[in-house]
Design a protein around this ligand. Sequence first.
Ligand code: MG
Length: 269
Amino acid sequence: MKNRNARLFTAPAAMVFAFALAGHSFAQAQAAAPAPTDPKATEQWEPVPKIVAPGATDGAAPADAIVLFDGKNLDLWETAKDASPARWKVHDGVVTVDKTTGNIQTKQRFKNYQLHLEWQVPQGITGEGQARGNSGVFLASTGPGDEGYEIQILDSYDNKTYVNGQAASVYKQAPPLANAMRAPGQWQSYDIVWTAPTFAADGALKSPAYVTVLHNGVLVQDHYELKGETVYIGKPKYKAYGDAAIKLQAHGDPSPPISFRNIWVRKLN
Ligand code: MG
């Protein structure tokens, strides 16, 4: 990026110098270049974008999405620690975290994707700070003992905590650009675009991860470049991994558990 900016800056400067040497003013040089006249010259016709039928309403899964949870069962999910069937409680078209059985993750593995999920902090939530409706969505679960990359889920409606740990933060890396939280008892949505990091064969980082997040339709992470995994203690760093599961957190705090509904993902290449 630095090199590119340097070039953008130096190229016109070099041109001005060259024209000055040739006895031309910059304005004369510009006037000499023929102005484009054909609007068709800048039209692109191929390839035609594929058709994706959108959902009937905002937040509904488009036709090419993988529906990870539609309110009926957790067939596409497993317990993260041992890959046994996911045992969170499905009821009334939602799934509620079961803190006793731990994190759950998708059976399928993903690289780059667009993810939609909805979550609800229960009315009458108790606790404060990080111990109030804490959960999270790990955009790449890199292994049972690893932290992965967490977008925080928390009751941040009226609940002070460190800002890079409030709802919609990239945990311990980036506070959200705004607090778009609805009150407990209401449904919240996250729409997330995840660009996975890439690694060389020797495990060295080739390109970092990026994430864009909308919380209830409000932009809260804008193509943020991650510094590594979102660790609880210490500085983030990258560790090579391949395609990975999407994981939901069963946080150990004693506040009443949150619920999820309407989770879908679109693979991006
Ligand atoms: Mg969390």
